[in-house]
Design a protein around this ligand. Structure first.
Ligand SMILES: [Zn+2]
Ligand SMILES: [Zn+2]
Length: 121
């Protein structure tokens, strides 16, 4: 591939914003990709900021993996306890509690598989 601005010069890469070929004179290295010098630096800078922000959110997610399941399990146990205390396993609070517990387990299993499929961890 040749430089978009200099057809006789071999390109060293492409601009992350417009994907045109760039030679060393036309490329500006933005750290995580090249930009057309004097033209697309701000666009590529914005892309990099968005990507880094997403990566941060993604890497923080596994730490919160247990919060939702624990909340539902706790709610489930509270409902189940009061339902059980009322004497019958077929009353509404107990059934709701059992539902919360099942829901908590489902979320935990789903989050845990997401957690394991993330190669960063
Ligand atoms: Zn460009
Ligand atoms: Zn060039």
């Amino acid at each position: 591939m040749r430089c978009f601005n200099h057809q006789d010069v071999e390109a060293i890469g492409t601009c992350k914003a417009c994907h045109k070929g760039l030679c060393p004179d036309c490329a500006n290295d933005m750290g995580h990709g090249l930009a057309c010098a004097g033209k697309h630096e701000d666009v590529v800078e914005t892309y990099n900021t968005i990507i880094q922000r997403n990566a941060k959110v993604y890497s923080a997610a596994p730490k919160n993996i247990l919060i939702a399941p624990i909340f539902y399990l706790f709610m489930g146990l509270v409902f189940a306890y009061f339902g059980y205390k009322d004497g019958s396993m077929t009353n509404l609070p107990f059934i709701m509690g059992a539902g919360f517990i099942v829901f908590g387990i489902v979320i935990f299993v789903r989050n845990y598989s997401l957690f394991k499929s993330n190669p960063k961890n």
